[in-house]
Design a protein around this ligand. Sequence first.
Ligand code: HQG
Length: 182
Amino acid sequence: NMKKQLDKKSKFLSYVLRHQPEAIGITLNIEGWVDINKLILQANQHGESMTRELIEEVIKTSDKKRFTISDDGLKIRAAQGHSTQQVKINHIEQVPPKFLYHGTATRFIDSIKEKGLIASDRHYVHLSIDEQTANTVGKRHGKPIVLKVKSLLMYQQGFKFYLADNGVWLTGTVPNTFLIFD
Ligand code: HQG
């Protein structure tokens, strides 16, 4: 069905626009952008049928606004979540709210208590504006648990925060002293 097909296309776009552009022979610029026609051509050449209409449908039906089309309509990028070293988006620094939230799985808690939040493969730790969103993020990894982050205090102590195109908050690391576990 259509929903399933769009979901598959969305995953494919996440894969090539965040993690493995080389898998279909495309290069992202430093801000993460690639020419849409080039992406479509290369996807089709690598066995993934793709059209402009499909891309627009993925974007329109996505709850999370994972992808952004440039104002001139020619380029596309992932808003956040990158692991590829080709990309280093110059996100604009923002003052965070007093608290942000991080959804994770209970099995990670001991390690997080010890090491704080670390980005591992991705460029940033991802934080959510509300507990409900964080809970959804956490479910992807197992039994969810939501941690409260003292984001404004971090900011006041010199940590940088960025807000991605799609409303996800990003920061480098969160030391355990800024985490509330209850
Ligand atoms: C955990 C989705 C052990 C961290 C979401 C997370 C998000 C630790 C996992 C975006 C740790 C990394 C990103 C430590 C952090 N010890 N585990 N010290 N520090 N972790 O997928 O935040 O659907 O890279 O809690 O909505 O889950 O892809 O990050 O569980 O915005 O568009 O290590 O992905 O968006 O997992 O999710 P991820 P995330 P999309």
